[in-house]
Design a protein around this ligand. Sequence first.
Ligand SMILES: Cc1cc2nc3c(=O)[nH]c(=O)nc-3n(C[C@H](O)[C@H](O)[C@H](O)COP(=O)(O)OP(=O)(O)OC[C@H]3O[C@@H](n4cnc5c(N)ncnc54)[C@H](O)[C@@H]3O)c2cc1C
Length: 433
Amino acid sequence: MVDSVCILGGGLVGSLLSIFLKKHNIQSVIYEKRPDIRLQNLVAGRSINLALSTRGWIALEKVGLKTEVEKIAIPMFGRMIHTFDGQQKMQPYSLHDGKKAIFSVSRAELNKLLLNEAEKLGVALHFEYKATKVEIDSNTIGFRNAENEYIKINPKLCFSADGAFSLVRSELIKNSGFDYEQKYLEHSYQEFHIPADANGNWQLHKNALHIWPRESFMLIALPNLDGSFTCTLFLQNRGEVSFANLNTIQKAKYFFETYFADALALMPNFETQFEQNPISSLVTIKTFPWHKNNYCLLGDAAHAIVPFYGQGMNCGFEDCSILMELIEKKPENWTEIFSEFELSRKPNTDAIAQMALDNFLEMRDLVTDEHFLKLKKMESNIITNYPQKWQSQYEMVTFSNLAYSEALEKSKENKLKLENWLQNFGENFVPEL
Ligand SMILES: Cc1cc2nc3c(=O)[nH]c(=O)nc-3n(C[C@H](O)[C@H](O)[C@H](O)COP(=O)(O)OP(=O)(O)OC[C@H]3O[C@@H](n4cnc5c(N)ncnc54)[C@H](O)[C@@H]3O)c2cc1C
């Protein structure tokens, strides 16, 4: 069967890409290994909610979905730090007006919305179609469907949005000249649920990303529309304080009582959750090139990153925006489109991979470190005085669409300046810019 344009994976990036393509009169077909998420309550195994920020919003606006997504998004205006002694301190994202926010969205609801839109536009959706064999040189993809039939297609193009453990990527890297690097973090994560109170209200401040930083580990919580919160514990796999050591419910409860007492008090069925909720790993994956012939990777398939900057999906959505700009610029010239796409994106996805790893240290440890807080205070004063001339790394990454690589370079330069000013003039110094 000759299938015009195939998208492997109907997750967040694959479904958004199909909408973008359709808006450019390119008809695609999505093949997704899982059952239709719209007919289910929950897809287990991945984070339940995600932080959506500027790069993601820009892509959604381009396909006309910003208003629809806003209806299912909760603004978070800052980080609410839960200190060890039980206090809560809000660190707003914007220093002057307090209006900047990132948005908590349910992964499942966002995916459903994108699939509904794709279907409405006429994208063909095949669920329970698992790609089991990809032969790039002979241009064949084989699927096993729900009826256990084996179906082969020969797509004109294949966009591989099949996630961090992409089948297409595993074929690509068998070719000479294709680099591949996979690094697991020594921390894994487990999710917990804080339900709404008896009146359906949020039991923590609704409009904040809650963080319990505890140096080598942390707990975070993002609000859900139904009044609940999803908490994620990031903890080392091995060592004294680790998942390996939390090997009984008593130990786990004692650990939460010691470090996250206020959160534990809001989890009525902690024991069941601890026993039943999976512990999942965190991985950074880098590869290059991203294409061969008519097969091209994007989203997590090309660049899976750890979640500490809340950018994986945002970056995947930005991939779609950039790919579309290239399709507009060079219609049908797929070799050039794919080459320019991977060349322009790779330095940026490497940069966000690095910043995401660095931000883990900031979130779990540095937010309570004195030297770091002095640098932050100094930077806040500068931003308040010169909002047009100075931006923090967080602002450049989260509230702009400046290339990630430029954000990284600029913030390295800024950090050197701040360290220098702090050392010479103290934390209250504001330079003339
Ligand atoms: C704990 C955690 C928290 C996160 N928080 C954030 C956040 O706050 N903000 C943010 O921007 N990002 C966040 N991310 C990252 C985000 O989840 C990913 O970057 C995003 O899901 C990538 O989308 P994708 O479509 O590329 O891949 P996926 O979401 O993995 O989708 C891939 C799809 O392909 C399908 N598939 C796979 N193999 C096959 C096959 N062989 N045949 C057919 N279909 C197949 C899968 O079933 C899936 O539906 C987080 C990630 C984690 C783990």
